[in-house]
Design a protein around this ligand. Structure first.
Ligand code: SF4
Length: 413
């Protein structure tokens, strides 16, 4: 059986060979079976979970026990992999919220590290194994010389070199998808927003842009990337900003400038979809592809997580409808949490939404949020018998809606 990983207080990780490994879905803890696991993908990172004890299973009695003085261990998975169980743990008292990362279950099995996950995308674009940071640094300095007045370049240099943003790193390597952040503000207040945490419950991982770029600054970065990259994508709506639709007028002008110069490349936007009429204008200007974020296909849970200000769930659905009717490629950025996403009710709602609106792609992104805190914030309870597993959710979608693509990254069109 897969064995439990534990950590001491300073993060030394070891195997507890006397206990079988466990994983968590919602508030329920399960013994992990080898068939639930894959080898831990390269470039994944291991975390020790402070103030949270590890939970294992005694092989003889089958009892679940927590390990006094040993902390739980989790994996932050290499991009392209979606967790199927969260790391299990028991909080000690009322611990501080975990930082904004995802926490997949890990185990030791046959002498190697394993995790509870499935591979949903083979694209290597965000895999740090294939990102030459020396070259990123060298090229960032070249970009600054090339575009001395463009304020986006120093901003994106910090994103690439300090905050580890793979899209910014890829801009400086002229590959894949380049970021075009534009919005310092947002009209939602997501529990797990990685760029703004008003109550400072945990640190942000990508501080927000502090200025609104000019259309010329955005188009200059976009055109350089499009001209120098195979299958280029340039994307509005990044981790280091708020909601791009709030800056629709700047973006509309930037898209017009890009499309005046070239018809190459995919112009994409990651958005909360809150302003359907503005989105329509951007598609008319030349936006090719839209990815709309949802933690749930059910209105009630969406509202509890996004906490929208001045827009409704129905507006988000209208954005999807308009984008599809205008011929844009529409993805859902489906923020996945084991025990919630794989509940029968959620799976049914996602399938109904994908079918009704003709969604082109579902991106199975791990939600970067403290697992237990997520269920508390949403006031969500899932019964173990109501869970079907992420793999089964995807298989069922593939069977019933074969045209829907599944993956992790925005495709180049
Ligand atoms: S929609 Fe995006 S930017 Fe706005 S609060 Fe949510 S995660 Fe943050």
């Amino acid at each position: 059986m897969p064995k439990l990983l534990i950590s001491d207080i300073i993060g030394n990780i070891s195997v507890n060979t006397g206990l079988n490994a466990t994983g968590m879905k919602g508030r329920n803890i399960y013994e992990l079976d080898a068939k639930d696991l894959i080898k831990l993908p390269k470039s994944s990172k291991l975390f020790m979970l402070p103030s949270r004890t590890a939970v294992g299973v005694e092989p003889d009695s089958g009892n679940f026990v927590h390990t006094m003085g040993a902390y739980a261990v989790a994996a932050f998975l290499s991009p392209g992999y979606t967790a199927t169980y969260s790391a299990s743990y028991l909080p000690i008292g009322t611990p501080a919220q975990l930082p904004l990362f995802s926490y997949a279950a890990v185990a030791s099995y046959k002498g190697s590290l394993f995790t509870a996950a499935i591979q949903v995308d083979k694209d290597i674009r965000h895999n740090c194994q294939y990102i030459d940071m020396g070259l990123v640094k060298k090229n960032a300095a070249k970009f600054i010389k090339l575009f001395p007045k463009n304020r986006l370049i120093p901003h994106l240099t910090t994103c690439a070199l300090v905050h580890g943003c793979p899209n910014a790193q890829n801009l400086f390597l002229s590959r894949f998808e380049a970021p075009l952040p534009s919005s310092p503000s947002c009209n939602a207040s997501c529990c797990g927003c990685i760029s703004f945490q008003p109550r400072k419950r945990c640190p942000v991982s990508q501080p927000r842009i502090k200025f609104i770029p000019k259309p010329e600054e955005l188009s200059q970065v976009a055109l350089f990337h499009i001209e120098n990259t195979q299958r280029p994508i340039v994307s509005f709506g990044q981790g280091c900003e708020g909601e791009p639709l709030l800056q629709y007028s700047v973006i509309e002008n930037a898209i017009s400038l890009i499309r005046k110069s070239t018809s190459r490349g995919t112009i994409h936007m990651n958005t909360n979809g809150s302003k359907p009429d503005k989105l329509e204008r951007l598609i008319d200007a030349g936006l090719d592809s839209v990815r709309i974020s949802l933690n749930s296909a059910r209105k009630g849970y969406y509202l509890k997580y996004y906490r929208p200000r001045g827009y409704k769930f129905e507006d988000v659905m209208r954005s999807i409808r308009i984008a599809k009717s205008k011929g844009a490629f529409v993805s859902i950025n489906y923020l996945t949490m084991p025990g919630f996403t794989d509940s029968q009710d959620e799976a049914k709602s996602l399938k109904a939404l994908a079918s009704k609106y003709g969604i082109d792609m579902v991106q199975w992104r791990n939600l970067n949020y403290d697992p237990l805190r997520y269920f508390e914030e949403l006031n969500a309870f899932t019964r173990p018998e109501g869970l079907i597993g992420i793999k089964a959710v995807i298989s069922s979608l593939r069977k019933d809606l074969p045209k829907v693509r599944h993956g992790y990254f925005n495709p180049s069109l």
